[in-house]
Ligand binder design. Sequence first.
Ligand SMILES: [Zn+2]
Length: 167
Amino acid sequence: MAANCGVCGKAIVLNGKAAHRNITCEICDDCAAQVSGTSGSNVLLESIDAPVLLMQGNPRQVVTANKKALALFGKKLQEVENHRGGQVFDCVHSFTEAGCGKDVNCEGCKIKGAIVDTFITANPHHGVSTELSIKKANGTKTCVVQVSTEKLGDFALVRVERYDAEA
Ligand SMILES: [Zn+2]
């Protein structure tokens, strides 16, 4: 099946790398290779039809996000850029003294585990879900959060597939 790149419009040539591309499967290798922490990545992120965060590895924090992600979290870009993932999700443990990923409660966090593993092994993770305690204006709510991850150059993409209160 032929598909065209969502960024440059060229036909996408399927190759071995495609197996590691579960989020950017509609973006060609050339465009995917150009991802960076600069605004040039916006076209790429906006071409993805889901909320996505672009993360850097060290320190592990969000570099930028697309409009769908900002809408999902109800935040402005400045409230997301250079923040830890948990702060973007409003996870209660990201507001502790140790901070997101370092608090004792973060040890078993599956979202953190998937992102860390993607940075270390470059392997993608599909549909990793967990329950997080989310700080809301009217108190703390347990929310189901589900993400997929993919290594993209020096960065990792995190696609948010669920972020909602437990039924
Ligand atoms: Zn392209």
